[in-house]
Design a protein around this ligand. Structure first.
Ligand code: NAD
Length: 506
C-alpha cells in the first residue's frame, strides 16, 4: 500500500525540483550526481514516506551552492551542512577556514571592484585590503576547552556549536562581513544563512557561491554558507522563524538590531556607533592627526569604528587643525560645511513629533571627498583623503553617524567638557572611542565615562582591530549585546562534561 504512494510523492517532488534546478542552471550548474556523492548522517533514509520526502527535498538543494530564494529551504540545507561539517571534525573546519581566506585573498581585487560597483560606496584600495585582511581572523585555535581537575575527578567545559546561525550583513562591508562571519561560525562548527543588505547582496551571492563550490569540492558539503537571493524583510523574518536557526548574528544599524532582538531568538547584535576622539594636547599632535586622518578616511569613513567627530582642547586646537592639513586633509569654511550639511541630512516627514528627526542622506554615504567638496563648493587637490571643519558640539555632523569622509572638529575648554561632549555624541552605543593623550588620568576618565567596547589610546580606530595595535580582527563587533569583537567562541554553547572521581592522573 505504501510503495505506490511513495513513488508518486517522490516523482512529484523530483519533477518540481528539477524544474527549479533548470531555472537556476545559468548561475549555478546543477550537479544532481552530488546526492549520492555526499553521504552524511542527514542524507540517510529509512524508507518511510516522510524520510523519502525529505531526501527528495534535499535533492532540490543540490546544485544551489548555498544560494536560495526561500529562507526555509536555506535553513534546511544549512542544517544538513551543519551535520555534514560535524562529520568532518576539526580538520574539516580548518579546511573551510583556509579555503575562505585563500579565496578572499586571491579574489580581493575582483571582488573589491564588484562590491564597489554594486554599492557605489567606499574606496577600492580599502575594499581590497579588507578582503586580504581576512587572513587575520581567528579560527579553531580560539576554542581552547576549560578544564578542571580535583579530588572529584575531571571536568571539561567545551565550546560546542549551535547548529545553524541566521546572519544579517551591512551595506558597508558586504563580502568581508559575510566571509568573516563564516570563518568564525564554521570554526565553531556552525553553518549559516545570510540575509545581506538589499543594496549589497549581489556581490555577497557571488562570493557565497564560490565559497560553497570550493567547500563542496574539498569536503563534499554544498550549503554551509547559505544566502538568500534576493534578500527582503520577509526573508529576514523567515530566517528568524526557521526551526533550524538557533541563533542570530546581525551587523548593522539600529533598525536591524531592534528587529533581531524582537524576533524571540537569541541575537548577537553588532550595532551602530558614532566614535568620538579626544585630543588633550599632552601627546604628539602629528601622530594624532595622522591617526585620525587614516581612520576617518578609511573606505571613505564607512567603518563603524571609524573616527566620526573630534574634540580638541582649546590650547592646541589651531595646531591640531594645522596638523590635519599637513596630513593631506582639506579644511572647509563654515559656509561650506553648512552647504554640505544641507545635502548630507534629510528630514523625512512623519518622523519625530512635530520636529522631524534628521536622517543621513544615503546618496552621500561613503562617497569620495571630491563629491562632498563639490557639494560644499570647495576645490580640493586630487587624492585628498578627508575633509574637515570646525563645528559646534551640537552640529548634525557630530550627532549623526554620517559615514562620510568629512570630520567635524569641536573646540573644548577642558578635558571634562571634552569627555562629556564625547559621551553625548556616542549616544550610549558603547561602540568605540579614541583618545590621544599621555595623561593616564584623562585616559582612565574617558574610558570610565564612555564604557565603549573598543577604546584606543594613541592610535587610529583600526588599531582596535589589530591594524596597528595588538589583537585580532572581525567585522562584527557585538556592541549592543555585549559579546565584544566576534570570534569563534562567540558562536558556541558552553557544554560541561563531568567524570566523577576518576581520570585525574595524580
Ligand atoms: P542598515 O542598518 O541599513 O542595514 C544593515 C542590515 O540590516 C542590512 O542587511 C539591512 O537590510 C538589514 N536591516 C535593516 N533594517 C532591518 C529590519 N528592520 N529588519 C531586518 N533587517 C533589517 O546598516 P548599513 O547602512 O548597511 O550599515 C551601516 C550601519 O551598520 C552603521 O550603523 C554601522 O555602525 C553599523 N555597523 C556596525 C558594525 C559592528 O560591528 N558593530 C559593523 C558594520 C556596520
Amino acid at each position: 500500500m505504501s510503495a505506490p504512494i511513495n513513488e508518486t510523492l517522490i516523482r512529484d517532488i523530483i519533477q518540481d525540483v528539477l524544474g527549479r534546478l533548470g531555472a537556476a542552471t545559468p548561475v549555478a550548474p546543477a550537479q544532481p550526481v552530488a546526492v549520492s556523492a555526499v553521504p552524511g548522517p542527514a542524507a540517510a533514509s529509512c524508507g518511510c514516506p516522510a524520510s523519502a520526502a525529505k531526501s527528495a527535498a534535499r535533492f532540490g538543494q543540490r546544485g544551489r551552492f548555498g544560494v536560495f530564494a526561500d529562507a526555509t529551504e536555506a535553513g534546511e540545507a544549512a542544517q544538513e551542512a551543519y551535520l555534514q561539517l560535524a562529520e568532518k571534525g576539526v580538520a574539516g573546519r580548518q579546511k573551510v577556514i583556509q579555503l575562505i581566506k585563500d579565496i578572499c585573498h586571491a579574489k580581493a581585487v575582483e571582488w573589491g571592484r564588484l562590491e564597489l560597483e554594486e554599492t557605489k560606496i567606499g574606496r577600492l584600495d580599502h575594499k581590497i585590503e579588507k578582503l586580504k585582511g581576512l587572513r587575520a581572523i581567528p579560527g579553531v585555535e580560539f576554542l581552547n576547552p576549560y578544564g578542571l581537575s580535583g579530588d572529584h575527578g575531571i571536568t571539561l567545559e567545551e565550546y560546542a556549536p549551535f547548529g545553524v546561525i541566521g546572519a544579517v550583513t551591512p551595506s558597508t562591508h558586504s563580502i568581508p562581513t559575510m566571509a568573516c562571519n563564516v570563518i568564525s561560525m564554521a570554526a565553531a562548527g556552525n553553518a549559516a544563512v545570510f540575509n545581506a543588505h538589499p543594496g549589497a547582496y549581489r556581490c555577497a551571492v557571488t562570493a557565497a557561491r564560490v565559497f560553497n563550490e570550493a567547500i563542496h569540492r574539498e569536503l563534499g558539503i554544498e550549503n554551509l554558507a547559505c544566502i538568500i537571493e534576493p534578500p527582503t524583510l520577509e526573508s529576514f523574518n523567515a530566517i528568524t522563524k526557521s526551526e533550524h536557526v538557533k541563533l542570530l548574528c546581525v551587523t548593522g544599524g539600529p533598525g536591524v538590531v531592534q528587529a533581531a532582538m524582537a524576533s524571540g531568538k537569541r541575537a548577537i547584535c553588532a550595532g551602530p556607533g558614532n566614535p568620538p576622539v579626544l585630543v588633550d594636547g599632552t601627546s604628539c599632535l602629528t601622530n594624532a592627526a595622522q591617526c585620525v586622518v587614516f581612520g576617518a578616511a578609511y573606505d571613505n569613513n564607512l567603518l563603524c569604528i571609524g573616527e566620526k567627530e573630534v574634540f580638541v582642547l582649546d590650547l592646541v586646537f589651531d595646531q591640531f587643525l594645522a596638523a590635519l592639513e599637513k596630513q593631506g586633509a582639506f579644511r572647509l569654511s563654515g559656509a561650506q560645511v553648512e552647504r554640505l550639511a544641507k545635502e548630507a541630512f534629510v528630514f523625512p516627514p512623519g518622523q519625530g513629533a512635530g520636529c522631524p528627526h534628521p536622517v543621513v542622506n544615503r546618496e552621500l554615504v561613503g562617497r569620495d571627498p571630491a563629491v562632498l567638496a563639490r557639494i560644499a563648493g570647495a576645490n580640493i587637490p586630487e587624492g585628498t583623503p578627508l575633509l574637515f571643519a570646525e563645528t559646534q558640539a551640537d552640529h548634525l555632523f557630530v550627532e549623526e553617524e554620517q559615514m562620510m569622509p568629512f570630520l567635524p572638529v569641536v573646540r573644548v575648554k577642558t578635558v571634562a567638557e571634552g569627555i562629556a561632549a564625547a559621551k553625548k555624541a556616542e549616544h550610549g552605543y558603547k561602540h568605540s572611542a579614541i583618545i590621544h593623550s599621555h595623561d593616564v588620568a584623562n585616559m582612565t576618565a574617558m574610558a570610565k565615562a564612555l564604557e565603549t567596547t573598543l577604546f584606543v589610546k594613541n592610535g587610529s580606530c583600526l588599531a582596535g582591530l589589530g591594524n596597528g595595535g595588538e589583537g585580532y580582527a572581525n567585522f562584527s563587533i557585538a556592541t549592543t549585546t555585549g559579546e565584544g569583537i566576534c570570534n569563534p567562541r562567540t558562536f558556541t554553547r558552553v557544554r560541561r562534561c563531568v567524570m566523577v572521581d576518576k581520570l585525574r592522573i595524580f
